[in-house]
Design a protein around this ligand. Structure first.
Ligand code: GLC
Ligand code: CA
Length: 559
């Protein structure tokens, strides 16, 4: 593959509302992010992805944008944003924004004008469709539950919203809409941001016949994704978007792409793809339930490992994916991918190691680097997330008790990752001097940045070493560009792989099991590059190695 400027970078996702509060109103903000840039620099971060900071009524936490050209007042002002860009630049950190262009907020001027005059120009900015026999145009269930169609007041039409009803879908078929979006994208790129994370982008191409499908749930509706899956021609939109915006700016773009058509990998993210990269969600979709979170399956080690290996092999030489353990839509990896016996400091380091040394660009999510976990809430009212409230109700409707439904939210809620960042053992975890907008996880006294900064064996100290190893002049050829080769694939407990670049070879070995593992190596180990235990250069038997439970080793192997 062609080398790109961003290949060697490490990215970090900030969820602004919960990262750091600079003015004491209990809500994270841009001033807070600026305060913490040195922290990110020290960790080894090169790219920061900001979840949406645009003006928004926050029905879906900023993924409902009411003005693409202004900053939400909760987060600060455009001057604050410019200062953030400038301060980040001083530290060699690039900022990428979230690009939410499948839909906007129902408070956006375009939608307000469309409602005022449904048959006018702005009605064409959205999908306004006639109903069928007093019913919506089709039987789609939105991502957040309920019909994906909502009545346009005072008409016989409905508007399409694949997410919440406050998030009307933008009509990409309308060239005026596309041009306005391209202008906006260019405006931000010209301001000096390095690129975008692109939200929910697979949804922009609809099947304009909006056919009904066989119902797939107890509500008698079917997932709106069915319609998107069979829509043809998204490539034209994405190609146009790229040529008019990203390409002339050499921007770095990472797509949130679910349900891509098979064989479209290179078209999407090959050397000349629509995007620079896209997230590898292969491990994440393993626990998707058929009807919701209530029938989601626990992740099993063998499946998880296989999903990662398959997708690494599948994109080798073709694409450079973005690897994550968690994000603002997922539970915490420490509470999800580690078997119960490994849900501890060493386990978290092990998980970080096998993920960050994969081929692809690592995206850390705030708090991952200190091992933040899922958060227990005592009542549904403590949750803010629209999706969680819907899933809670879905579980109740399916016959689960309140206690059971709450347990389900504890496992899968998006708010698990949205609790305030744990900076210290002080009140509110040092996140705010005010009243935090969302509950702080009770474990902040045990898990926080400040204590970990002073502890050379902490998760944070380990992440710094791990990132430094990946970026080191000696090893970056291997970890960034090297080939990925799985090892001990048949093992029930060990996740292992090689990274190889010419004569240089590294072997990563991780024991997710409960027992000690003895591994016969196919080559001699020369040196321990990294380990999550005290093992100090002690490689007595060079071709046979013992791994303690939850131990991870990164080895330099003989050439
Ligand atoms: C993406 C975002 C998610 C949001 C949705 C609608 O999946 O990551 O947080 O709710 O799109 O914009
Ligand atoms: Ca604030």
């Amino acid at each position: 593959m062609q080398k790109k400027w961003w290949h060697e970078k490490i990215a970090y996702q900030i969820y602004p509302k919960s990262f750091m509060d600079g003015n004491g109103d209990g809500i994270g903000d841009l001033a807070g992010i600026i305060e913490k840039l040195d922290y990110l620099k020290e960790l080894g971060i090169d790219i920061v992805w900001l979840s949406p900071v645009y003006q928004s009524p926050f029905v879906d936490q900023g993924y409902d944008i009411s003005d693409y050209y202004s900053i939400a007042e909760e987060f600060g002002t455009m001057e604050d944003f410019d200062r953030l860009l400038e301060e980040a630049k001083k530290r060699n950190i690039d900022i990428i924004m979230d690009l939410v262009i499948n839909h906007c907020s129902d408070r956006h001027e375009w939608f307000q004008k469309a409602l005022a005059e449904p048959d006018g120009e702005y009605g064409e900015y959205f999908y306004f469709e006639k109903g069928k026999d007093g019913n919506p145009p089709s039987n789609y269930r939105s991502y957040f539950g309920g019909s994906a169609w909502e009545k346009v007041p005072g008409t016989d039409k409905y508007y399409l919203h694949m997410f919440a009803k406050e998030q009307p879908d933008l009509n990409w078929e309308n060239p005026v809409v596309r041009q306005k979006l391209f202008d906006m994208v260019n405006w931000w790129l010209e301001k000096g941001i390095a690129g975008f994370r692109i939200d929910a982008i697979i949804n922009i191409k609809k099947d304009l016949n909006f056919p009904d499908f066989e119902p797939d749930g107890p509500d008698g509706l079917c997932a709106c994704t069915k319609m998107v899956e069979q829509a043809e021609g998204i490539g034209e939109f994405l190609g146009e978007l790229k040529e008019n915006t990203f390409a002339p700016h050499d921007a770095f773009t990472v797509g949130e792409v679910f349900n891509m058509k098979e064989d479209a990998l290179e078209e999407f993210v090959g050397d000349n793809g629509y995007f620079s990269s896209m997230f590898d969600f292969a491990p994440h979709i393993l626990s998707m339930g058929k009807n919701g979170w209530y029938d989601a399956k626990d992740i099993n080690f063998a499946q998880w490992k296989k999903a990662i290996i398959d997708s690494q092999l599948n994109c080798q030489g073709k694409a450079y994916l973005a690897n994550i353990i968690e994000n603002h839509d997922e539970p915490r990896g420490a509470s999800r991918y580690l078997p119960a016996h490994a849900r501890n400091k060493e386990g978290v380091k092990m998980l970080g190691t096998v993920s960050l040394l994969l081929r692809g660009i690592p995206f850390l999510y705030q708090g991952q680097e200190i091992g933040m976990t899922n958060c227990r809430m005592s009542d549904i009212s403590e949750y803010d997330d629209i999706d969680t409230r819907n899933q809670y109700q879905t579980a109740l409707d399916a016959g689960f008790s309140k206690e059971e439904a709450l347990k389900i939210c504890y496992k899968y809620s998006r708010d698990n990752a949205r609790t305030p960042m744990q900076w210290s053992s002080e009140e509110n975890a040092g996140f705010t001097g005010g009243r935090p907008w969302m509950k702080v996880n009770d474990n902040y006294k045990e898990i926080n940045v400040k204590d970990q900064q002073g502890d050379k064996n902490s998760v944070l100290s380990y992440y710094k070493k791990l990132i430094a190893l990946r970026k080191s002049p000696e090893w970056k050829d291997v970890f960034v560009y090297g080939e990925f080769v799985p090892e001990f694939e048949e093992s029930d407990n060990v996740f292992a792989y090689w990274r190889i670049s010419g004569e240089k070879k590294a072997l990563i070995l991780a024991n997710f099991g409960m027992e000690k593992e003895t591994l016969k190596l196919s080559a001699c180990a020369k040196e321990i590059l990294l380990c999550n235990r005290e093992r100090a250069g002690n490689l007595k038997v060079k071709d046979c190695i013992e791994l303690e439970p939850s131990e991870v080793l990164v080895l330099r192997m003989e050439a």
